[in-house]
Design a protein around this ligand. Structure first.
Ligand SMILES: Nc1ncnc2c1ncn2[C@@H]1O[C@H](COP(=O)(O)OP(=O)(O)OP(=O)(O)O)[C@@H](O)[C@H]1O
Ligand SMILES: [Mg+2]
Length: 410
């Protein structure tokens, strides 16, 4: 049996449900006859049908609930449900036994238990179709009507646990990926140390060769940790928009100058086009340099076969008409298959893990670019056709104001 005080306490279980608590109390008083009556007397729910006005009270009550809610009468038939409930049980029909429309066995068991024991039951269940979704359900017996003439109904409320589960999964994946990426170079380092202590102890030539490899592996680990720290720092500051006005053309030149050596190594020619007028954004120079560096480096590493890269800075407008700066990095290499495009900015996601590793990559570059651009109120768009190269475009809102910030140029 559930009393009003119990209900108040139990409502705490539903996050974000503050608004409906007072409505629930009001309707409760109404149903018990403590307030202006909207229904005539007790609800004869058990074994009988509610009058239209009585049902109206229940319907308006559950329509105010934030999540799916279903009310069953004492015979286990569906008395009422709100719109959200149809997303969980599309087959719900008023007057039909709940067991027909609610096919989740754990939920059905909980309904039976709640009816038998007159105690609230909590149950978790998982839906596979049409998408993987997790729910928790509360089945609460509620006693209505006058004292001495009670009627029991069951209130079913649901919380969607899917976003919570996804975050948990992502966190577990992240830890597994990060540990794996660190373990690989670490294992190589340990192997070489052992060899240098043992069989190659007095081999001067081997020692030189091994030390060079060890340095490469240690650098890789340092870079991975550096990238992870940058990512978490950018995420921490995600809500803080940069406030320094920054001209973009010098940023492009700085990055291209820094990567000329790699371009020469790979036999790639970089062509830069910037507009004659300055394009200014509110930005963090280091972060934008880092983001652009990764895009140009990717083009040089994965698109080298095309022998050239075009980098174009231009003014443009968003669909909503807001002025923005666009920075397009285009290569003419092998391109990326369409199925990979939506996942490219996930941490550690790589099209070809072996190829990326061989180039010293960790798969964090594009995740970093995405977070940097989010913080700048911008975005990244990717356009690629297999066999015809890839184009990555940075979009950042243009800064048009003229006070409060110092312009930063090279
Ligand atoms: N221009 C490109 N052409 C083809 N594939 C690309 C291109 N840019 C990125 N990719 C693919 O996207 C993957 C993810 O890129 P990302 O920059 O996030 O990681 P990475 O370059 O492998 O490692 P890191 O950037 O940490 O050095 C790459 O491994 C590569 O498979
Ligand atoms: Mg990269």
């Amino acid at each position: 049996m559930v009393h009003t005080d119990d209900l108040r306490e139990k409502n705490q279980d539903a996050p974000g449900a503050v608004g409906w608590r007072s409505r629930l109390r009001q309707a409760w008083r109404t149903l018990r006859g403590d307030a202006a009556p909207v229904a005539d007397g007790a609800l004869p729910l058990s074994g009988g049908a509610a009058t239209p006005s009585q049902l109206q009270v229940i319907e308006s009550l559950i329509s105010g609930l934030p999540g799916p809610a279903i009310v069953l009468d004492g015979d286990g038939r569906v008395l009422a449900y709100n719109d959200a409930a149809t997303s969980i049980a599309p087959a719900l029909r008023r007057g039909e036994p709940a067991l027909i429309s609610l096919r989740m066995p754990d939920l059905v068991d909980a309904i039976r238990r709640a009816g038998k024991r007159h105690e609230r039951q909590r149950v978790e269940f998982f839906e596979r179709v049409p998408l993987d979704r997790w729910f928790e359900a509360f089945v609460s017996p509620v006693r209505l009507g006058q004292r001495g003439d009670p009627t029991d109904i069951l209130l079913l409320t649901f919380n969607d646990l899917t976003p919570l589960r996804r975050v948990e999964e992502m966190r577990a994946d992240f830890v597994a990926n990060a540990s794996h990426e660190l373990r690989t170079p670490l294992a190589a380092l340990l192997g070489f140390i052992e060899t240098l202590q043992g069989s190659a102890k007095d081999d001067v030539v081997a020692r030189g060769k091994f030390l060079a490899i060890m340095q490469g592996q240690a650098t890789r680990m340092a870079r991975l940790i550096d990238d992870l720290l940058s990512l978490s720092r950018i995420e921490l500051n995600a809500h803080l928009r940069p406030s320094t006005a920054l001209e973009l053309a010098p940023v492009v030149r700085q990055v291209v100058d820094g990567l000329q050596m790699l371009a020469r190594d790979r036999g790639v020619e970089i062509k830069v086009t910037v507009p004659s007028e300055p394009l200014t954004v509110l930005g963090d120079r280091d972060e934008l340099v880092r983001a652009l560096e990764n895009l140009v480096e990717n083009a040089l590493k994965y698109g080298a076969a095309g022998k050239r890269i075009d980098i174009t800075l231009s003014p443009a407008q968003t669909r909503a008409g807001t002025p923005e700066a666009r920075l397009n990095i285009r290569d003419y290499g092998p391109g990326i298959a369409p199925e990979h495009l939506p996942r490219l900015t996930e941490r550690f996601y790589r099209v070809d893990v072996a190829d990326s590793r061989a180039q010293g990559g960790t798969g964090l570059g594009l995740a970093l670019v995405k977070h940097v651009l989010n913080r700048h109120g911008g975005r990244l768009s990717i356009d690629s056709t297999l066999g015809a190269g890839a184009a990555f475009t940075i979009h950042v809102p243009l800064y048009t104001g003229d006070s409060g910030s110092a312009t930063e140029t090279l």
